[in-house]
Write a protein that binds this ligand. Structure first.
Ligand SMILES: Cc1cc2nc3c(=O)[nH]c(=O)nc-3n(C[C@H](O)[C@H](O)[C@H](O)COP(=O)(O)OP(=O)(O)OC[C@H]3O[C@@H](n4cnc5c(N)ncnc54)[C@H](O)[C@@H]3O)c2cc1C
Length: 558
């Protein structure tokens, strides 16, 4: 790659959303000079990213595919810290995630619009979700020609058994339409490959020399230039550190887009002097904009992965998730031969987005009842939880799978009432962040059980079942050590709202108080969505591309 002297647009961060925006703009106008600066490595054609079933071992390895943010210990988690991963590498979360396909509830986007964001309603955004996808399972109201391929070929029977139990034993349950079935995945049935944004929006345009990606480079701050004295500052470039820790400045004539994700984007803004005056003063950073909402409003889904034993004749993915190179080889060989078999699967084959029945509401008590009445009753498309199966052991104790086959049930709360924050603790772009996710701070955030009724059930893997205080349905156990409880569907730390109501960007994604600076990633989501968040990242990316193309007078493909 021959570096250019200046660029038209620079992306600070090259994750799921950035690749969509940059790829769409480059495709529409190949003369546009675009630079993506990404902290992680290139991911092109690397088996750990493109072979779907390798996602688990890749995450469990604790390697360089993710940032692992260690939060401050909190009372609600028994004074333990929790660890929250976020994607790292070209494609960000889209190359490392669990490949589960679910969509936001329409009312989620309508809530965004109602917060003062014209053009962000479900009527505006669902067509953009369709534009991004080719949805292979037969369904109405989905896309049929987008770059992201969605399929759903079950490799085990565990998902269908789970759905059979739900249908037969839980007749009173409330649920929403998406998802309430076998679960689609971000996998192409034609190739068996993961459908991430790096390969499907960026690497497929490697012939375009004006679309450049710098991997292993960490953006430190935005460079500003005053427009006029006393007037807003204008973003003109970024300063980044190379893998060899050399500091480099690079300039953009039209726009800088911060797209470093829910943790990365507020950090870059704060290091650039945009944030709370108290924090900036304490860290000796020159204030560009007084914007105290930066880094606040952190939201996620709470997830518990609860493992069970199953019978030895059951098909599971344990040999790929936890197996030796020798055990994995036949599956990798089959995948290389014709893109089929267990290597194409994430093992997460069924799920239900559930709402409680009248009896459960009684059990859940008055605190949740208030949240139910105020938040869930007026929006019948919002689930309280997602419950789904994984046809493998979903924990990190390798002894668990020695000689026993396992399955796991995942319990996600979709709209936790608890809200947290993330801020920088120093000017150093490599320093750990001060993260307070707020998990379970509010007692309305709760859980539910099904696995013991499934035919494949052969007992709990007790060591990893949550231990509750007597009489409590919502407090985490008192065991020592860190706890994994986030989904990690992280969002909200640079929310799109009016400035006076705690916003960081306006509905055109412009950062308040400066010019030529936008944020485009899941940090702009002002409120939570009732789905895993990759789909919403695609939507934000497609919408950002439309906004930027309109402003630059570029015609985008519809
Ligand atoms: C482990 C995991 C599992 C998930 N499973 C699912 C799932 O099954 N289904 C689903 O729908 N969603 C899932 N998600 C969520 C989904 O992947 C995210 O919502 C999505 O990736 C968010 O996109 P983003 O653009 O906001 O951020 P990201 O994709 O995280 O991109 C941000 C990028 O910015 C880079 N960056 C950060 N700081 C800097 C810096 N200073 N300089 C340069 N680059 C920087 C990062 O390296 C990263 O590549 C999962 C996420 C994770 C992490």
């Amino acid at each position: 790659m021959q570096p250019l002297e200046t660029y038209d647009i620079i992306f600070a961060g090259g994750g799921a959303t950035a690749c969509v925006v940059a790829g769409r703009l480059a495709e529409a106008d190949p003369t546009l000079k675009i630079l993506i600066i990404e902290a992680g490595k290139h991911t092109k054609d690397d088996p750990i990213y493109v072979q779907p079933a390798r996602f688990f071992a890749n995450l469990a390895s604790g390697g360089e595919s993710c940032f692992y943010h260690i939060a401050k210990p909190s009372e609600a988690l028994g004074n333990r810290p929790c660890i929250i991963p976020s994607g790292r590498g070209v494609g960000g979360g889209s190359v490392v995630n669990m490949l589960m396909y679910t969509r936001a509830s329409p009312s989620d986007y309508d809530d965004w619009e109602a917060l003062g964001n014209p053009g962000w309603s479900s009527t505006d955004l669902i067509p953009l979700s369709n534009k991004a996808e080719t949805f292979e399972p037969h369904a109405t109201n989905h896309g049929s020609s987008g770059p992201i391929k969605i399929s759903g070929i079950a490799q085990t029977k565990i998902g269908s058994e789970f759905l059979a139990v739900a249908a037969a034993r839980d007749k009173e349950r409330g649920h929403t339409q998406d998802a309430n079935d076998l679960l689609p995945t971000y996998v192409s049935s034609e190739t068996g490959r993961r459908s991430d944004t790096a390969h499907h929006y960026i690497y497929n345009q490697s012939h375009n020399e004006n679309l450049q990606v710098l991997a292993h480079c960490r953006v430190n701050r935005i460079i500003f230039e005053p427009v006029l004295r006393f007037l807003n500052d204008r973003a003109v470039g970024v300063e980044y550190h190379t893998a060899h820790d050399k500091s480099v400045e690079v300039y953009a004539s039209k726009l800088v887009v911060v797209a470093a994700g829910t943790f990365g984007s507020p950090s870059i803004l704060e290091r650039s002097g945009i944030g709370s005056p108290d924090l900036l003063k304490a860290l000796d950073i020159r204030q560009i904009v007084d914007l105290p909402a930066v880094g606040e409003n952190y939201q996620d889904h709470n997830l518990l992965l609860v493992p069970y034993h199953t019978s030895e004749d059951e098909q599971t993915l344990d040999e790929i998730f936890h197996g030796s190179a020798e055990q994995i080889k036949p599956h990798a060989d089959q995948w290389l031969r014709d893109g089929t078999g267990k290597m194409t699967s994430n093992g997460i084959e069924a799920g239900i987005k559930i709402r409680p029945n009248a009896q459960e509401l009684q059990v859940l008590g008055p605190l949740f009842a208030r949240r139910w009445q105020e938040f869930f009753v007026p929006k019948p498309d919002k689930p309280v939880m997602f419950i789904g199966t994984m046809a493998a052991y979903g924990g990190g104790n390798s002894a668990a799978v020695a000689g026993r086959k396992m399955f796991t049930v995942g319990y996600f709360t979709k709209y936790p009432a608890s809200i947290g924050r993330t801020h920088i603790g120093s000017q150093d772009p490599y320093a750990p962040l001060d993260v307070e996710p707020g998990f379970l701070n509010r007692p309305e955030d709760w859980s539910r059980e099904m696995a013991r009724r499934m035919g494949c059930f052969r007992g709990e893997f007790v060591a990893e079942h949550p231990q509750f205080h007597a009489g409590s349905a919502a407090i985490c156990g008192e065991a020592e050590g860190p706890v994994g409880i986030d989904a990690p569907d992280i969002l909200g730390t640079c929310p799109m709202k009016p400035r006076a109501q705690g916003g960081v960007v306006d509905s055109k994604l412009n950062v308040y108080g400066v010019k030529n600076l936008k944020v485009a990633d899941m940090s702009i989501a002002p409120t939570n969505v009732g789905s895993n968040t990759y789909n919403t990242a695609l939507v934000v990316g497609e919408k950002a591309a439309v906004i930027i193309a309109e402003e630059l007078g570029i015609k985008l493909a519809m």
